[in-house]
Design a protein around this ligand. Structure first.
Ligand code: NAP
Length: 264
């Protein structure tokens, strides 16, 4: 820019990366270029929110996505959950997948639902990386996820049919959420879609790692106790956390609710 003889530069958002933060601005100013910063800053950051979030925190931007019945279950007591929502809502969710770098699920979901974790939209150029958080029990060799060479997060080295095992610290063979998040960011996976199930989602919510939420509320009533979206105890009202509901819309017969936990 200096060599090209540009007279004035307008910068929306300064790159918070400590390796560069503001140094380019100083060089431009030293060369006599007029520099204005912070114009439409919020809009500029919104172009790539995961980048800014990662540079400030070292963590990926995690979006929790789940589908529940109108009366709040993400699966029936026998663990079946296909399908709580309509074809239209599931197609909508495939757009979320397509916009993500990685899809994160717990081993329980792999064992029960046998997902492929692909985006089944025609226009997807790069498929998101499938990531499985493994625990104590194994995942059968015939699971479809092995066709996708997943990243497997584990507290110990594992022999897996395909993919890469990333060992992180954890308790009782359950990888620690923050260590997992950092490991993903270190691999350049900055936009992570956390698709549950309830145990993994509950842990990540509890660790304060969820920055955005997309909840599909299906036009179905379970009519009894199934699995809740977040496993764990909700002992007293003081434990609840406020969220900003940013959008509510119908997707076919179902509802999509977007929210951000307050203070994130
Ligand atoms: N409606 C929806 O949006 C939706 C989405 C996903 C899943 N589901 C449903 O949820 C059910 C599965 O639920 P789930 O809670 O068993 O599955 P999960 O959360 O996918 O997996 C839990 C398992 O992951 C492993 N794990 C490793 N680290 C963990 C950590 N830090 N925190 C929690 N778990 C960790 C453990 O495996 P080990 O047992 O090997 O120790 C644990 O039992 C199925 O019925 C599925 O259909 C519904």
């Amino acid at each position: 820019v200096i060599e090209a003889g540009v007279a004035s530069v307008v910068i929306g958002a300064i790159d918070p990366d400590p390796r560069v933060s503001g140094s380019g601005v100083s060089r431009l100013k030293e060369s006599g270029i007029e520099v204005e910063t912070g114009l439409l800053e919020e809009e500029a950051e919104a172009v790539d929110p995961a980048y800014f979030h990662h540079r400030r925190t070292g963590l990926p931007l995690v979006t929790l996505k789940m589908a529940m019945t109108l009366d709040g279950s993400v699966a029936a007591a026998d663990r079946s959950s296909q399908w709580i929502t309509s074809e239209e809502a599931r197609k909508d969710a495939h757009q979320l997948r397509a916009a993500s770098d990685a899809i994160l699920v717990g081993a329980g979901t792999v064992r029960t639902d046998d997902p492929l974790l692909t985006s089944r939209l025609d226009e997807v150029r790069t498929q998101p990386v499938p990531v499985v958080v493994a625990g104590r029990r194994s995942i059968r060799a015939e699971a479809r996820i092995w066709d996708r060479s997943p990243i497997v997060i584990s507290t110990r080295p594992l022999a897996v049919p395909s993919g890469e095992v990333v060992v992180v610290p954890g308790d009782d063979d359950q990888p620690e959420p923050e260590a997992t998040a950092i490991a993903l960011a270190e691999r350049g996976l900055l936009e992570v879609l956390l698709e549950g199930g309830p145990r993994l989602a509950g842990e990540w919510w509890g660790a304060g790692l969820v920055r955005r939420g997309v909840l599909y509320v299906g036009a179905k009533v379970g009519g009894g106790r199934g699995l809740p979206p977040l496993w764990g105890d909700f002992a007293t009202m003081a434990e609840s956390r406020p969220v900003n509901i940013t959008e509510v819309r119908m997707v076919g017969p179902d509802i999509r609710i977007d929210f951000d936990p307050e203070g994130t």
